[in-house]
Design a protein around this ligand. Structure first.
Ligand code: BES
Ligand code: MN
Ligand code: ZN
Length: 514
């Protein structure tokens, strides 16, 4: 994405591009710069806006023709809602909205005036940086397989325009461009992680199997993350029987990737651990999935992609924290070598598992990776992410990820970060009575709990491999893929969770580490 959209910060006095966007608050309040523009046009902007019934409400925009006294030939007036109530996430969404509006109007290069009515310098600096981030996220497009050989669409039929096929350059005009540029650097690190995750999740499974996924992780070395790839022989030596059982039906070998970022002052401070489910394709195995929609299972590694994107974000913004990311990458296929329903496997923890449903595979992968992460790193806390159950979508739709936690403080941190970033989580119950649903006569546990409470029993299964570490599990099946398109995401893969976890880390785990 960033290679296509150039973002420049410039002073308010800088010459304007042919198209420009200015913000108007509710009750039609303008910032000082926009008010100056209006007065230079003899009040034409405000008169046209009033005639069109435009009131400055959020997610409203009108396009006005530039007055002869103004250099841009087109002026887009964008509603900013109530500026006094705007939080940082609102400003990011506003940037995405502005980008979408400019893109719809086939703009190539535009000026954006980052100035809210009635707000001061520092607030406008953050606004400029947040809007730039929103625009950058909105501009993401997974276009690597689109060639010039596709049939041309007639004019006006290009539904992709809102993603900004054409916008190449945004000039963000702000009172302190140097400060805005510096503030943007942190956000660009996060946006870079999100783009990386989206790319991984959007990639089809023929191109991205476990080995290819692990190779992509090696790119993190460029930002200073230590990356280590464990191959099948290493996983066997560790005794990861649960993970290997899932992988054995595929001709593609599994991998576990260990990513370490040591940004804290004390390199020996216990790390935070983030664990991701990385099933590069989930056919269901012999408990096979129905044909309709199976293609979506290329995204069954979105939890792992989030962990990779988060490690990128933390390292690229040089977060003063120690963090490890571990992902288990497998392909769940059918073949003469595949696992059968009823098979009993021995996990790295020593606990045995009766695999009654080969489609409940993500928890088997996580069981071993979580165990290994604790044994090796003794982390301060552990958060896992997984596209784990269809049932979580039945419960929460696509608005919230399911949060399961043994630790109230960690749960509160995640809920607060969710509110701040808009990547919201909803806490679900854990309870001994649900856990018992996993008891088996033939092994220490079975991998499914029955028809009821599917997301909760899945969480409990994972919980059986957590030993004393404060732990949270995020079931992201509804939010990470086939996501609701919004101001800052027009892609099938949302890159969900990176802003959430980055924020959770920044707000709670960096203060004493500097
Ligand atoms: N990867 C799926 C869950 C999923 C479904 C994610 C749809 C995204 C969209 C997971 O491996 C799975 O198959 N879960 C089963 C569990 C069941 C067999 C207990 C499910 O949800 O049906
Ligand atoms: Mn499955
Ligand atoms: Zn799965």
């Amino acid at each position: 994405m960033s290679e296509r959209l150039e973002i420049v910060f410039a002073p308010l006095s800088h010459p304007l591009e042919p198209a420009m966007a200015v913000l108007a608050g509710e009750e039609m309040a303008l910032g000082a710069f926009a008010a100056g523009l209006d007065s230079r046009s003899g009040g034409a902007l405000m008169r046209a806006a009033a005639a069109a019934g435009f009131k400055g409400k959020a997610r409203n925009a009108i396009e006005l023709l530039g007055h002869s006294e103004l250099s841009p030939s087109r002026v887009l007036l964008v509603g900013a809602g109530r500026p006094s109530e705007a939080k940082d996430n609102d400003c990011i969404l506003l940037g995405g909205y502005v980008f979408g509006q400019l893109a719809l109007r086939k703009t190539v290069s535009a000026s954006v005036v980052a100035e809210l009515p009635g707000s001061d310098g520092p607030k406008n600096t953050d606004l400029a940086a947040d809007m730039a981030m929103g625009a950058l996220l909105r501009s993401y497009k997974f276009a690597k397989y689109l060639t010039n050989n596709r049939p041309e669409k007639p004019e006006g039929e290009n539904g992709e325009a809102a993603q900004g096929d054409g916008i190449q350059r945004l000039v963000i005009h702000t009172s302190d461009p140097d400060a805005a540029r510096a503030a943007f650097q942190q956000r660009e690190a996060i946006a870079g992680g999100i783009a990386m995750a989206r790319d991984l999740v959007n990639e089809p499974a023929n191109a991205l199997g476990p080995v290819e996924f692990a190779n992509r992780c090696l790119e993190l070395a460029q930002v200073g993350v230590q990356v280590e790839v464990l191959d099948l022989a290493a996983l066997k030596a560790l005794g990861m029987g649960a993970l290997i059982g899932v992988a054995q039906g595929s001709v593609r070998e599994p991998r576990v990737v260990v990513m370490q970022w040591n940004g804290a002052k004390s390199k020996r401070a216990k790390p935070l651990a983030f664990i991701g489910k990385g099933v590069t394709f989930d056919t269901g195995g012999y408990s096979i999935k129905p044909a309709a929609g199976m293609e979506d299972m290329k995204g069954d590694m979105a939890g792992a992609a989030c962990v990779v994107g988060l490690m990128h974000a933390l390292a690229a913004r040089k977060a003063p924290v120690n963090a490890v990311g571990l992902i288990g990458i497998v392909e769940n296929m059918v073949s003469g070598d595949a696992q059968r329903p009823g098979d009993i496997v021995t996990s790295m923890s020593g606990q045995t598992i009766e695999v009654l449903n080969t489609d409940a595979e993500g928890r088997l992968v996580l069981a071993d990776v979580i165990w290994y992460a604790q044994e090796r790193f003794k982390p301060k806390l552990l958060v896992d992410l997984a596209t784990l159950t269809g049932a979580i979508m039945v419960a929460l739709g696509k608005e919230h990820a399911g949060l399961f936690a043994t630790d109230d403080k960690l749960a509160a941190e995640l809920i607060a970060a969710g509110q701040a970033t808009g990547e919201r989580v909803w806490r679900m119950p854990l309870d001994r009575a649900y856990d018992k649903m996993l008891d088996s006569k033939n092994a220490d546990m079975k991998n499914i709990g029955g028809r009821l409470a599917g997301s909760i029993t899945a969480a409990h299964f994972i919980g059986r491999f957590v030993k004393g570490t404060p732990w949270a599990h995020l079931d992201v099946a509804g939010v990470a893929m086939d996501s609701t398109r919004n101001e800052i995401n027009q892609s099938w893969a949302s890159g969900w969770g990176i802003r959430l976890l980055d924020r959770m880390v920044a707000d709670n785990h960096e203060k004493n580490e500097k």
